[in-house]
Design a protein around this ligand. Structure first.
Ligand code: ADP
Length: 423
């Protein structure tokens, strides 16, 4: 009975407690469940947002891809339709691009040359001249397989096809990724240039004959061969004679230029001592130097100059052009120094003056045809702008080089150097 009582007591208390606990548990679970649901909702929302962001991103990527594709086809179209030939080499000197113009110029299919190195391309007959310019390799001797920088060098591919070659390095963040080569067709310009040269040559020849006739007639009158003339008449005739001489000089310059351009400027080389050529030229300018009150200095070589194989007349013309310019472009009272030096297997001739100098912005045009500085045109109206062009060609034909130093308002020094072994 006692036992039962206990038992009864227990069973009465327990449901109450259990109920309470169950309720508590339910409340707790309910709260937890609520929290979880909230959390799940939040996560779902976040996932939804992430999904939307991803879709947006994918759309952006797709848009960028389409844009890049468009850009690529645009670039491709530009390269394909470019009037110039375009070759691109990577940094390992392998050809990675050749546009249709290249195929057209060289009569070769792009797939035959793409993937080839500069050395392999040298073996293609059509490419030999181009690769020689680009790499400095001669015949079978490979000196350097890399591509050097080239600016406007001309190559004759065949009759009526002349190309101008220039290179442009492909650089990204200071690193060179390769080299592109631009081939510009200048055949038409060359043809026009040739026609112009032919015209100038013809006109100069036609003008020279009557000018020579005038010269000799004036000379006869001045020498009294045709009877006595008054002092006044002599004065006028002397001036006419000098003007005629200048015109003959100009015609001769023009003829020399046309001969240079047509490759007909011939050189008759003999063994000669440069000093012997310089001396009489200096002498012929003495009157002019005295008239302009120019202090003249001749610095001879301190060592005996070796003889050189030169065209005496043409080197004489080059020397004359330098001295003539120094006198023309130096104000009265100035100083002209002519010097001869022998160093490093070269004979160096220079003419230094204290004249008007050359403006910085015009220095790179000094040796070009018909160039006359803006400052000299105001000072000395006479001049053709052909003297230095002819001089440069004469010296370079002898394997030599010309250069100058100058400061506007202070003076200039013009140099040429002739190699001893190559002339
Ligand atoms: P030209 O003297 O007939 O004009 P050149 O070809 O001899 O032609 O010279 C070209 C130009 O170079 C000159 O017009 C002048 O502007 C410049 N030049 C040449 N020599 C000198 C010099 N010694 N001093 C200053 N300028 C010079």
């Amino acid at each position: 009975m006692k036992k039962n009582k206990y038992k009864n007591n227990n069973t009465e208390e327990k449901p109450e407690k259990t109920r309470e606990e169950t309720k508590k548990l339910q409340t707790e679970m309910g709260e937890k469940f609520g929290e979880r649901t909230e959390e799940l909702k939040k996560r779902t929302k976040e996932l939804e947002e992430t999904r939307r962001a991803l879709i947006n991103m994918l759309e952006d990527v797709e848009e960028a891809r389409v844009k890049a594709e468009e850009e690529r086809s645009k670039t491709q179209a530009i390269i394909t339709n470019l009037a110039d030939g375009l070759l691109v080499f990577n940094k390992d000197n392998i050809l990675i691009l050749a546009n249709p113009q290249v195929e057209n110029f060289f009569k070769i299919r792009a797939e035959k040359i793409i993937g080839k190195s500069t050395i392999e391309l040298t073996k293609f007959l059509n490419f030999k001249s181009l690769m020689t310019i680009l790499t400095n390799n001669y015949s079978n001797k490979i000196i350097n397989k890399g591509i050097k920088e080239v600016f406007r060098e001309e190559i004759i591919i065949k009759k009526n096809l002349i190309l101008e070659v220039s290179t442009v390095p492909i650089v990204k963040e200071k690193e060179q990724l390769g080299m592109s080569i631009i081939l510009h067709d200048i055949s038409r310009e060359k043809l026009i240039e040739q026609m112009k040269t032919e015209f100038v040559s013809l006109a100069a020849h036609q003008l020279r004959t009557p000018l020579s006739a005038i010269k000799w007639t004036l000379r006869m009158i001045l020498d009294g061969d045709l009877g006595k003339i008054t002092q006044e008449q002599e004065g006028f005739l002397q001036k006419t004679y000098q003007s005629n001489e200048r015109m003959i000089g100009l015609i001769n310059d023009l003829l020399n230029v046309t001969r240079i351009e047509e490759g007909r400027y011939l050189f008759k080389r003999v063994s000669a001592n440069i000093e012997e050529i310089v001396k009489p030229i200096i002498k012929s300018y003495q009157t002019e130097m005295g008239r302009k009150k120019i202090t003249f200095i001749f610095r001879k070589s301190t060592v005996i100059l070796p003889k050189v194989e030169i065209d005496k007349e043409k080197i004489g013309l080059a020397i004359e052009n330098f001295i003539d310019n120094a006198l023309k472009y130096t104000f009265p009272g100035g100083r002209v120094t002519v010097a001869l030096k022998y160093a490093k297997k070269e004979i160096e001739f220079s003419v230094k003056d204290t004249g008007i100098g050359i403006p910085n912005d015009q220095k790179d045009r000094i040796f070009t045809k018909f160039f006359r500085g803006a400052n000299v045109i105001r000072m000395e109206t006479e001049g053709s702008g052909l003297g230095l062009f002819i001089t440069k060609n004469i010296i370079e034909a002898h394997g030599g080089r010309v250069w100058f130093e100058s400061k506007e308002g202070e003076g200039s020094t013009f140099y040429f150097a002739l190699p001893i072994n190559r002339t």
